[in-house]
Design a protein around this ligand. Structure first.
Ligand code: GLN
Ligand code: ZN
Length: 756
């Protein structure tokens, strides 16, 4: 009999109840107790939604982040957050979000650093470690939730992050090695496991996704040490890995002394039979058979095709689950009544994915005939997607087949191009510009919303957006900026805006996925071949250009970023979808050029975050990602200037790929690193123009002129001054005009001083 279980459930709530409760609590509109009630209600509902599984996860629920929760459990909240007055919950949120100067001076606290959870778009709070870190068990949260679940009569399986992955996720601030803390950490894990066993937990899921990354001998040793020490006096451990293949770590993972191993049988399908070979015969093998990272229905018959022989072989030892926590998908498809019914029929969200799991288990346990109707339904949906003319577009296929990497070549190399561009643009030294967006005021948001709901006519909407563009252009002229932008008032989001205008994309109403804390994103669904039915941005930019003699930059999102922030197709490689997006953006670039736009910026904010987990896979990703960018960008005349923008500050390990993009100008985030990151550009002898961000747009503070001049002087020590631009770190949409105007005034004044 195959056993079914789940690794984790979305906690934000189908209607984002947790988000709103949290924000009310933070805003002082809700008490701690009210928040606790909402949280308990959500847990209860989520367990109900997982009913019918043999084991449900407990402790996967979090008020903010599961890694921060683990830090609390281990008594490792940063001292600056924990030592202040107030409740425990207060300290938790202080660690998560920081506390600003507006609060009483006792309470100013820096937020914990946030970073991406493996290769997902979820962000966790990095555990803070030093050589002196001491751990102390604080099992309250887990024990409370365990007893809640048991009261509901559930077979509850607590979920915790394993000790090695916990240290792997952490960062030391004193240069010490996090692994040195393992010996100190393990006794606390022992106590925790014992406490869970005493509270009635038969199994504990211990997540060690670090096992799918490149591990050196010290980390491998740490795994052995940890699990040998945790061998006694505890519940059965299910060691969970997900997001990728085990590769070199396969034997290690199979041999650790635990009662079961979970592997992601979708991203590591090729390894499953080897895992089954290596796994000692007393251990459970849990297979992640339903994709926890996307929103497509599983092809159940084809899954059964490879699963049935394994079921024969493993018998009782086979467990079935989604590949990873369902945190990464929306909650429930049944509310999406407005979605096109064809497309809806191809999708599965968390609740539907668990239904699939149950069907698979019944098919294995009682034979396919026991779920004949369900399998037939599923097959119909799979076939309908496969044969749909909405998915495959012969014209696009033809264009893709004809696209060679030649398309990515400019007419001439940069040194020749830049001469022609400088002639045409006639810009001063240290040209000033911005990254694209200007403040998204309440009126702008309201107008977009009303237009969407049909409460505002198209004409009225266009007029209002145009008025905003006029304001933006006038403001920039007054400020004396050299290269202007239209301000992006018409864009809700830099990916959704383009997705909505491309064939091949669908949008949900409630498909929210947690990004961090109370923040959610609603990734568009890339379901079919991408075609651009008509120009997407040309009219707005043309209008902006008509208002001024200064050059206005056309503003686009690049193919790699659109791809990385969407739910993508599982019926073709990411690289193929990326190329289709590239061809669509290329058409837009060429239309902008035809409309007389001389500078076109193509943002690739998410290029870096698409890097695979394993370094050995980077080259392949960068190859097609950069190729796609080049195809999108480089179909223009030498005299047209291509800009790109990336809002992060780590380039060392990808500088060669960045150079291959061959953008005439790249603007990047640097202000917080004192221009040190330009070292990567210097030592690579990066040849093209660079605009290192001179002030941090995430902060409301107005930058200081001397500081900007200082930064640019540092920059000029690394990059020849004639190739430097002056701009903020990123777009200004989250700022207020009262902040933006003086900040840019200062920036322009600094540029003028530098010129003289
Ligand atoms: N052009 C976009 C903006 O200014 C870029 C945003 C980003 O890089 N995240 O908003
Ligand atoms: Zn940015």
């Amino acid at each position: 009999m195959a056993t079914t279980h789940n690794l984790g459930f979305p906690r934000i709530g189908g209607q984002r109840e947790l988000k709103f409760a949290l924000e009310d609590y933070w805003g002082g509109r809700q008490t701690e107790q009210e928040l606790a009630i909402t949280a308990a209600d959500l847990r209860q509902r989520h367990w109900q939604q997982q009913a019918g599984l043999d084991y449900v996860p407990v402790g996967d629920f979090s008020l903010y982040d599961q890694v921060l929760d683990m830090s609390v459990t281990l008594g490792n909240l940063p001292i600056r957050a924990a030592s202040k007055e107030g409740s425990e919950l207060d300290a938790y949120f202080r660690a998560a979000r920081g506390r600003g100067a507006n609060d009483s001076p006792c309470c100013v606290t820096a937020a914990g650093e946030m970073t991406k959870w493996f290769d997902t778009n979820y962000h966790y709070i990095v555990p803070e470690l030093t050589a002196d870190t001491h751990f102390e068990l604080n099992p309250e949260r887990l024990l409370t939730q365990l007893s809640e679940a048991r009261k509901q009569g559930l077979n509850a399986k607590p979920v915790i992050i394993g000790p090695v992955t916990y240290l792997w996720l952490g960062k030391t601030s004193d240069g010490s090695n996090p692994l040195d803390l393992l010996e100190r950490l393990l006794p606390v894990y022992s106590q925790l496991l014992k406490a869970l066993a005493d509270a009635g937990a038969e199994w504990v899921q211990i997540d060690e996704p670090a096992l799918v990354t490149d591990l050196d001998a010290n980390w491998c040793y740490a795994f052995n040490l940890a699990y040998h020490q945790l061998k006694t006096n505890r519940p059965k451990l299910l060691l969970a890995t997900y997001f990728g293949e085990l590769r070199d770590n396969l034997q290690l993972a199979c041999e650790l002394p635990v009662a079961g191993l979970h592997v992601d049988a979708i991203s590591a399908l090729a390894e499953v039979s080897r895992v089954a070979d290596w796994l000692p015969s007393h251990k459970v093998l849990s297979l992640g058979v339903v994709n926890g990272r996307n929103i497509w229905k599983s092809d159940l018959n084809s899954t059964l095709g490879w699963l049935e022989p394994l079921n024969e072989r493993l018998g009782q030892r086979l467990w079935l689950a989604p590949t990873c926590s369902l945190l990464h998908v929306p909650v429930d498809l049944s509310r999406e009544q407005e979605l096109d019914s064809d497309i809806r029929n191809w999708l599965a969200f968390a609740v539907q994915k668990l239904d699939e799991l149950k069907i698979l288990a019944r098919a294995l346990n009682e034979g396919r005939s026991s779920v004949r109707a369900e399998l037939a339904d599923n097959q119909l949906a799979i076939d309908s997607r496969r044969s749909s003319h909405r998915v495959t577009n012969p014209e696009v296929r033809k264009a893709v087949a004809a696209a060679t990497s030649e398309l990515g070549n400019r007419q001439s190399p940069y040194p020749q191009r830049i001469v022609r561009q400088r002639e045409r643009l006639n810009l001063p030294a240290f040209p000033t510009t911005t990254i694209g967006s200007f403040p998204q005021t309440r009126e702008i948001r309201q107008a977009r919303l009303q237009y969407r709901k049909g409460e505002l006519s198209e004409q009225a909407y266009i007029e209002q957006m145009r008025a905003e563009i006029v304001r933006c252009v006038e403001e920039q002229e007054k400020l004396g900026l050299d290269v202007l932008v239209h301000g992006e008032p018409e864009r809700n989001d830099m990916v959704e805006y383009f997705g909505e205008q491309l064939d091949g994309y669908a949008f949900t109403r409630f498909g929210w996925v947690q990004s961090y804390g109370s923040r959610c994103v609603k990734p568009p669904i890339l379901f079919g071949d991408i075609r651009r039915p008509q120009a997407m941005t040309v009219e707005w930019i043309r209008y902006a250009q008509s208002l001024t003699d200064k050059p206005v930059k056309g503003m686009l999102t690049g193919p790699v970023t659109i791809l990385n922030w969407s739910f993508v197709r599982d019926d073709q490689p990411r690289k193929d979808s990326c190329l289709q997006l590239a061809l669509a953006i290329r058409e837009e670039v060429q239309d902008l050029e035809k409309a007389g736009v001389n500078i076109i910026q193509i943002d690739e904010a998410a290029l870096r975050e698409g890097l695979p987990l394993r370094q050995s896979d980077w080259a392949r990703y960068l190859e097609w990602a950069i190729n796609s960018f080049r195809i999108a960008a480089n179909g223009v005349d030498d005299s047209t200037q291509i800009h790109t923008h990336m809002c992060y500050s780590e380039f060392n390990d990808i500088i060669e790929a960045i150079a291959r993009m061959d953008a005439d100008v790249i603007t990047i985030e640097t202000s917080r690193s004192d221009m040190e990151l330009l070292d990567a550009f210097r030592s690579f002898e990066y040849p093209n123009d660079i605009g290192p961000g001179v002030y941090d747009i995430h902060s409301p503070n107005i930058p200081d002129k001397e500081h900007i001049i200082n930064l640019m002087t540092l920059a000029a020590e690394r990059i020849p001054a004639e190739r430097l631009w002056i701009n903020p770190d990123c777009g200004l949409k989250t700022r207020k005009w009262e902040e933006v105007t003086p900040a840019l005034e200062t920036m322009v004044a600094a540029a003028r001083e530098l010129r003289s």
